[in-house]
Structures are given as structure tokens and as C-alpha cells.
Design a protein around this ligand. Structure first.
Ligand code: BES
Ligand code: MN
Ligand code: MN
Length: 455
């Protein structure tokens, strides 16, 4: 499709200008005071869909941040593709580590630097522009719907209900999502697995106030030390998780499948170097891509207690806290894992402290089949635009709503992401290569074409 390349060439300045306007809106969903920004971003996208050629588009209120829905129904006999994406972004702290301000997008070394440049504004906007190209040139061979939410980064707390209430409106044959990565621009891949998630906060309380560490130290249990020991005991020497029953529902992947997966190229030295670490660490018996792709994990995302200001303050803290995330594999149930964690964590607490466990959010994992029309269409589209057949890969990341889509709407998702691991999503200096952005716009129209042929 040479035409799409011409279209991109002629319009690339405008495309970037429009994307940058979206990126400049600081739509951080975790900040409850961000209502104005969230609505501005939603309105902006609604208008972008209308200008691109949607028959209708609207901003729909929910109990949380609004959802944008838009559609173009070309022919009732055509297949319908529902594009899902999110306009919310992660917080930007620590600000001092950004080389340029997070919401002032700039291009350096062929990459767009900004919060949301990849996750997911950049990837989502490729769909809006690919759609524009197809509509303006009368090339759409599928009906297209868009559902764009503003709460993905906080666990999509209202989207399942939204789907339940709007089943008819959301009717489609497949859900198309660009919110994942590929191995490298010259090693394209399609994500066929996402991990589930259990995210909890724990609070350990000892004495009724912070104590003088000289008067009481040695005689009263220190919640910070107790919490550290409790957390340390959650994994053993082989880096297996010690929570009772944790692995009960894990589907073991067959040796044959593992051998197939190991065909995906992976450079351990480059991996270590890119992260600035001398050695990796993980569950015995599995390689790095297996540790993130087919095995569950447990991490501390944050931990705090006592005095953390400048200088010294001699206290024994009253409380200690941690935020703990467990990535789950398909068939593990996040609610069950929440419960197992809480039971286990309380059972290992020594006498003299109280333990509270609060579940923050979670969701199920997902596996995409590779023998269905949407996968074949995505594979052909990527092969045509990248010149190489994409490799199916299981990702370690999570998009919990994808499992709900299948449960509530009965629709499978195809994860045709164009990001790279080096895009530093959720980190300072998030970026998205221009190459990937424009290649995505080039690939998406092919997906529609091949999907219409495959079905
Ligand atoms: N787009 C990511 C998920 C992702 C990134 C999957 C790269 C695969 C490859 C998404 O926005 C995300 O960050 N999800 C959260 C989910 C959570 C906040 C409920 C995650 O994985 O931490
Ligand atoms: Mn995302
Ligand atoms: Mn994200």
C-alpha cells in the first residue's frame, strides 16, 4: 500500500502536531483533582474522531473518568473492529530525572519524549490517523468503533460495568489494541499473553506512637524491621513465592511450547546493559523471558516507614507500609490470590504487631489464540509493512480489562502493539520512536484489509 506512505509523508507534521496537543494535556488518572484535564483529553479525542471521519462520537460519563465512544458503520455486512485504548497516563515523579518536562513533547534522536508518548496516547493516536486515512480515501472494508477509557492506569475500575451496560453499542467481531510492545523494530512480534495482577497495600502497626529509639530500642518490636522480614520471607532462595497455595492454579507450559517460545531472540547481555545491572535474578529453572511471560512474580512497588526526611531523627516507628504487586499468569484468579496473600501475610506476623492488608486493584491474565482470523490479519499486516513475519510473544505486562472484554462482551482481543521495551513507559523520559509511530499508521490499514479478507 504505497498510498498510505504518501498520505503519511504529506501529513506527518500535522499528525505530530495533533498528537502533541493531546500529550500536552496532563491526564494523570490517579490524581482525583485532575477532572478538568481528563475531560479536556476526552473532548479532544472525541473531536479528533469526528474530524477523522467518525459518523458519531461522544464523551460518556461514568462513576470515574469519562469514556469516549465513536464509530463509523460502513456496511452492516462488514466485520466490525472495536479499537480500545486509554488516554490516561501514569504520574511523572520523580520530575528531576526528566531531561525535558513530561508534558512538553519534544523530538530528540528521532523519538518523541513525553509522558504518554507511547503509553498510550502515541499508540492510540496511530489508530485515529490510520482511520482518517481509510475514511478520507474510501478504503474502509470494516466497520470501526472506538472505546477509549481514562482509567486503565488505575485498574479500569468502571469499565467492566460500562461494557455490561453498553453491550449492544460495543458489539464487534474483534477488539484491536495497540498498548503493548514488539521485540525490536527489525524483530516484529505480536503479544499473545498478558499477566494478571493483584495489587495490595500492607500496614504493620506496633506501638501507639513513634518512640524514642534510645529509651525503647531493643525492647519493643520495630514495625519497619518486622515488615522487612515478613516481605523477605515471601520468596525463598530459589525465588519462588512462599504464599501457601500460590502456585496451585498456575498452568504449567509444556516443554514443546517452551521450546517454541525460546525461538524468540533475546540478548541477555544487552538486556543487563540496558538496565545497568551486572546480574539478573529470578525463579530457578526458567529463563528471563519465561520469568516474565509464563511465571507469576511478586514485587515491592514502594515501602515506607518512620523518618525519611533529611538528617537524623532517632525514633522507632509506630507503623510501616508497603505496596506489593503480584503478576499472575492465566488461570490464576486475582481475588483468590488477594485472599491467599492476606491469610498468609497475617499468619507470619509476630505477636505484638497488627497487620492490615488492603487490595487496591487487580485483574486476570489473558492468552490470545494464534489460530484465529484477527491474529492472521495482524500477522500478515505486520509482515507486509515490516518485511518480517512477527513472532508471538507473551508479555509480562497487564491490561486487566482485556479478560473482562472476553467475559462480558464475548469478544477476543488482538494485541498489535508497536512500542519498545526501551520506550521507558511509566518511567522518567518516556519516549516513542517516530519510526514506530509512522509504521503503526502504515500497518493498521492493512489489518483492516486482511481482517475483511480472513473472515
Ligand atoms: N500498556 C500497559 C501494559 C503493557 C505494556 C502490556 C507493555 C504489555 C507491554 C498498561 O498501560 C499498563 O501499564 N498496565 C498496568 C496495569 C495496571 C495499572 C492495572 C500494568 O501493567 O502495570
Ligand atoms: Mn497502556
Ligand atoms: Mn501503562
Amino acid at each position: 500500500m504505497n498510498d498510505v506512505k504518501n498520505y503519511i509523508e504529506e501529513n506527518k507534521v500535522r499528525f505530530l502536531d495533533e498528537l502533541f496537543k493531546l500529550i500536552r494535556i496532563p491526564s494523570i488518572s490517579s490524581n482525583p483533582e485532575n477532572g478538568n484535564e481528563m475531560v479536556r483529553a476526552a473532548e479532544y479525542l472525541k473531536n479528533a474522531l469526528l474530524e477523522a471521519g467518525a459518523d458519531r462520537a461522544k464523551v460518556i460519563e461514568t462513576d470515574g473518568w469519562p469514556v469516549i465512544f465513536g464509530e463509523k458503520m460502513v456496511d452492516p455486512h462488514f466485520q466490525t473492529v472495536l479499537v480500545y485504548g486509554h488516554y490516561d497516563v501514569q504520574p511523572v515523579e520523580p520530575l528531576e530525572l526528566w531531561e525535558s518536562p513530561p508534558f512538553e513533547p519534544v523530538i530528540r534522536d528521532g523519538k518523541i519524549y513525553a509522558r504518554g508518548a507511547d503509553d498510550d496516547k502515541g499508540q492510540l493516536f496511530m489508530h485515529v490517523k490510520a482511520f482518517e486515512y481509510l475514511v478520507k480515501n474510501n478504503l474502509l472494508k470494516c466497520n470501526v468503533k472506538f472505546m477509549i477509557e481514562g482509567e486503565e492506569e488505575v485498574g479500569s475500575p468502571n469499565l467492566k460495568k460500562f461494557c455490561l451496560e453498553n453491550r449492544e453499542m460495543l458489539k464487534a467481531d474483534v477488539i484491536l489494541i495497540s498498548d503493548t510492545t514488539m521485540i525490536a523494530p527489525d524483530i516484529p512480534s505480536i503479544t499473545v499473553g498478558l499477566r494478571g495482577l493483584s495489587y495490595l497495600e500492607v500496614e504493620v502497626t506496633g506501638p501507639n506512637r513513634d518512640l524514642h529509639s534510645g529509651l525503647y530500642g531493643g525492647a519493643v518490636g520495630n514495625p519497619a524491621i518486622i515488615l522487612a522480614k515478613m516481605i523477605a520471607s515471601l520468596t525463598d532462595e530459589e525465588h519462588r513465592i512462599t504464599i501457601k497455595g500460590f502456585y496451585d492454579d498456575v498452568l504449567e507450559v509444556s516443554d514443546k511450547e517452551r521450546a517454541e517460545m525460546s525461538a524468540a531472540p533475546f540478548d541477555l547481555e544487552a538486556y543487563k546493559q540496558s538496565l545497568g545491572i551486572k546480574e539478573i535474578m529470578g525463579e530457578k529453572g526458567f529463563c528471563t523471558t519465561e520469568r516474565t511471560g509464563i511465571r507469576p512474580s511478586l514485587d515491592v512497588c514502594g515501602i515506607w516507614s518512620g523518618f525519611t526526611g533529611k538528617g537524623a531523627k532517632t525514633i522507632l516507628p509506630s507503623k510501616a507500609f508497603a505496596k506489593i504487586s503480584m503478576r499472575l499468569v492465566p488461570n490464576q484468579d486475582s481475588k483468590k490470590i488477594d485472599r491467599l496473600f492476606e491469610e498468609h501475610f497475617k499468619s507470619i506476623a509476630p505477636a505484638g504487631v497488627e497487620v492490615e492488608v488492603r487490595s487496591l486493584h487487580g485483574g486476570q491474565g489473558y492468552v490470545t489464540p494464534i489460530d484465529f482470523p484477527a491474529y492472521r490479519a495482524a500477522s500478515r499486516a505486520i509482515e507486509a509493512s515490516f518485511g518480517k513475519k512477527p513472532i508471538p510473544v507473551r508479555s509480562g505486562g497487564s491490561i486487566p480489562i482485556v479478560a473482562d472484554f472476553e467475559e462480558v462482551l464475548g469478544i477476543k482481543s488482538i494485541l498489535m502493539g508497536f512500542g519498545l521495551n526501551s520506550d521507558a513507559i511509566h518511567s522518567p523520559n518516556e519516549n516513542y520512536p517516530l519510526f514506530n509511530f509512522f509504521k503503526g499508521i502504515e500497518t493498521i490499514p492493512l489489518f483492516y484489509q486482511y481482517f475483511s479478507e480472513e473472515t
